[in-house]
Design a protein around this ligand. Structure first.
Ligand SMILES: [Mn+2]
Length: 352
């Protein structure tokens, strides 16, 4: 048998190593510099603002709170924050350990009294919301992120587009800092990991993401409770809206488009309802290559959302309608009746 032969059940092959492949995307000297900076912030009891992006998700908030709990216990004066007011957290995220320590951005100390700003899961300075004022005022800034199209900013930047979540970068640093992984810290990291990987299902979810998940479970994360809170709980109004939208779903076979819209009356009936997840649900239709939802905006126009299963570039369609996004997920605003907007989308899909 030659060396090049693939492993079969009769050959003895080593198990693949789950080391994070994305670590190669980071500059080792910058990792060392960030670790040094965070270690001295703890040693010297420095004031460190930890800011996730506005409209925070599990990854942004989990990253900020994990660092708050870990660096705070090690001596730093940590101020976790989100640069928007009023800050409305998803109900599950409002239960994260350390969430009570969140500081309203308006109550942060002035820039002159902040030693370090850590920007988390923020693809650009704009995602910091009002906390960007501290960046502009020259507070030394560390950026930890995993967004593909991150705008480089800050003095030290660790951006790993290959990582599935920013919490993976945070976990790497906590490891390098040799800080203990408490159950609370593990819970914050786990919530970021499980939400940004779509429960370990998205393409960017590598073996190392599973390994980190295993380490977090070993630290005592109550995964069943968090899974219920994050993925198995919806407001009744949300379900009412989803029901109405699904009942109205239409199909255009020629371009494999499944589409639906909500009316202002629907939104009035379920005033607290969110259509979060509707578009992904629509895309699960076996006949769908592309899914489209239209939601009425307060000014009488439509907010359109598009999703593709992979073959069709919906970013192109949204751009042609004056919107934006990327290949698999995009959005646009449009005027007219729902029917005419659907017709425009169909015409653009036909061109592609
Ligand atoms: Mn993220």
């Amino acid at each position: 048998m030659s060396d090049a032969a693939p492993a079969t059940s009769s050959t003895v092959a080593p198990w693949p190593s789950p080391a994070p492949s994305w670590r190669a995307q980071l500059d080792e000297a910058t990792i060392d510099a960030v670790v040094d900076r965070l270690a001295s912030a703890c040693r010297e009891h420095r004031t460190v603002v930890l800011a996730g992006h506005v409209s925070p998700d599990g990854d942004a908030l989990g990253s900020a709170l994990a660092l708050h709990l870990a660096l705070g216990a090690a001596g730093a004066r940590t101020l976790p924050t989100i640069g928007e007011e009023p800050l409305e957290l998803e109900p599950a995220l409002a239960l994260l350990p350390g969430v009570e320590a969140l500081v309203p951005a308006a109550e942060l100390p002035p820039a002159g009294e902040v030693d370090l700003l850590v920007a988390l899961d923020t693809a650009g300075p704009g995602r910091l919301g009002t906390v960007a004022g501290h960046l502009d005022a020259g507070v030394p800034t560390i950026v930890l992120d995993h967004h593909e199209r991150s705008v480089p900013f800050g003095e030290l930047s660790l951006v790993a587009p290959g990582a599935a979540a920013t919490v993976q970068v945070v976990a790497l640093l906590l490891d390098e800092l040799d800080l203990p992984l408490t159950r609370d810290i593990a819970t914050c990291l786990y919530v970021g990991l499980v939400t940004d990987t779509g429960r370990f299902s998205y393409e960017a979810t590598g073996p190392d993401a599973h390994l980190l998940g295993a380490r977090l479970l070993a630290a005592g994360v109550d995964q069943a409770t968090w899974s219920q809170r994050l993925f198995e709980t919806r407001r009744l109004d949300d379900l009412t809206l989803l029901g109405r939208a699904l009942e109205r779903a239409g199909f255009v076979p020629e371009v494999a488009l499944v589409h639906t819209h909500l009316s202002p009356e629907d939104l009035a009936v379920a005033a607290e309802g969110s259509t979060e997840g509707l578009i992904e649900l629509l895309r699960t239709a076996d006949v769908a290559e592309v899914a489209l939802t239209l939601r009425p905006a307060p000014d009488g126009s439509w907010r359109g959302s598009l999703r593709s299963r992979g073959r069709v570039d919906v970013g192109r369609v949204a751009a042609a309608l004056g919107g934006g996004g990327h290949r698999l997920a995009a959005g646009f605003d449009a005027d007219g009746t729902a029917e005419t907007v659907v017709e425009q989308v169909v015409a653009l899909l036909r061109e592609g």
